[in-house]
Write a protein that binds this ligand. Structure first.
Ligand code: GLY
Length: 395
């Protein structure tokens, strides 16, 4: 009963046009209670290898090592909760979950450096201005840049499945570019910025279809830069639109416009938005299923992570676009759905994660209709972005 009342309060806060300070603090209290529970569950499972909760599957809380692409999200959630609550206790816990990722600054075997380091050390540096954190981020960007191939004009995504792909680049990789543009500004390093811009332009040329949906994987010839295959890995079919991939693209091009001011990136983000908003129900706040082209959408699992990434991206895009009002309304409706009891877990449920019903890798048979830590990350980011809008509009 208490949990139900709390959830109603969360919903009231997130959706009411005239949010009161009381309902806002109730909402943050619920989120705070759930993350407290998450830390309680995670602590006994943490060791020198396993650092961060990723999902709760088959009633088991799954922690990952710093190497995993999702390792930065849980620390990021703690940093964002610290921002929402202005409670320094959260900052201490966040530091404890951030530091084990420091060694990743040297890991050149992954393109996921941006996810890992910006979501953890990025927040840590913004909050503390600790110069060691700044140095870790700059080194991380330099390490990521070693994966750039000038013949292709992209950063290589995966090293696995060498029998299948020569130089795979996935749409998700757009998300790692912010680390490069950030470090370029901090360190006065134009080459990092140029790599990010070149990667985004090459992806714009080769990843998108006529209808502005995107492929998941484009495989290049590493010597000539020629496109060899366009495929999927986590989507339903090579020619389908994997929902999270569309969300990464929307977020990635919006962020690249913010970082560079290049109009072509804003245009690309708007084109992706047009595609997404043409999908059934999204404009009215329906959380997408894991792929937009599966046969019976009604029978397929949701992907709340795709919904949360889109929400956060629409909030940001609404600031830059002539269609800002439209995007803002969509973001509000999506956030309303995410914060409804259909998706938001009660305190003490869901392995400590905030959102239910995400899908990680349906064709691989893993993480289907489960909580995923990155869904929570972009949900929290959406709440913060919405709050900032409301605050700036009320001035
Ligand atoms: N970047 C991996 C995923 O979205 O599943």
């Amino acid at each position: 009963m208490k949990v139900k009342l709390c959830l109603l309060a969360v919903t009231a806060f997130l959706f009411s046009c005239q949010q009161s300070e009381r309902s806002e603090s109730q909402a943050i209290r619920v989120i705070s209670e759930q993350l407290k529970y998450a830390v309680e569950l995670a602590e006994p499972l943490r060791d020198s290898v396993l650092t961060s909760p990723r999902t709760f599957e088959n009633e088991q809380l799954k922690l990952v090592s710093s190497r995993d692409w999702t390792s930065g999200f849980f620390p990021g959630n703690l940093w964002m909760l610290g921002e929402l609550t202005v409670d320094t206790t959260w900052q201490n816990i966040a530091i404890d979950y951030t530091l084990p990722l420091a060694k990743e600054q040297w890991n050149a075997k992954t393109h996921d450096m941006g996810f890992k380091m910006m979501c953890s050390f990025g927040h840590a540096y913004t909050k503390t201005r600790n110069p060691e954190f700044r140095q870790i981020l700059i080194q991380s960007a330099k390490t990521l840049a070693t994966r750039f191939n000038p013949s292709v004009g992209c950063i290589r995504s995966w090293d696995h499945n060498k029998d299948k792909w020569d130089f795979p680049v996935i749409i998700d990789n757009m998300m790692n570019l912010e680390l490069l543009t950030w470090a370029a500004k901090e360190a006065g390093n134009d080459s990092l910025r140029n790599i990010a811009i070149t990667h985004a332009l090459t992806t714009m040329k080769n990843h998108f279809r006529e209808d502005n949906s995107s492929y998941h994987v484009v495989d290049y010839n590493p010597e000539t830069g020629e496109v060899q295959h366009k495929q999927t890995h986590q989507g339903y079919a090579d020619e389908s639109a994997w929902a999270r991939g569309q969300a990464w693209g929307l977020y990635g091009y919006t962020m690249m416009y913010r970082e560079t001011g290049m109009k072509e990136f804003l245009n690309q983000a708007e084109k992706i938005a047009t595609y997404i908003l043409a999908q059934p129900g999204i404009r009215d706040g329906k959380i997408p299923c894991w792929d937009f082209n599966v046969a019976n959408l009604a029978d397929e699992p949701y992907d709340a992570s795709a919904g949360a990434i889109m929400t956060s991206a629409f909030y940001e895009l609404s600031q830059y676009s002539g269609k800002g009002n439209e995007y803002r309304k969509v973001a509000d409706k999506l956030l309303e759905s995410l914060a409804s009891p259909d998706f938001l877990a009660g305190v003490g449920e869901n392995g400590g994660f905030l959102l239910k019903h995400s899908t990680g890798h349906k064709p691989g048979g893993s993480e289907i209709d489960v909580p995923l830590v990155y869904a929570d990350y972009y949900f929290l980011e959406s709440i913060i972005r919405k709050q900032k809008f409301n605050n700036s509009n009320s001035k």
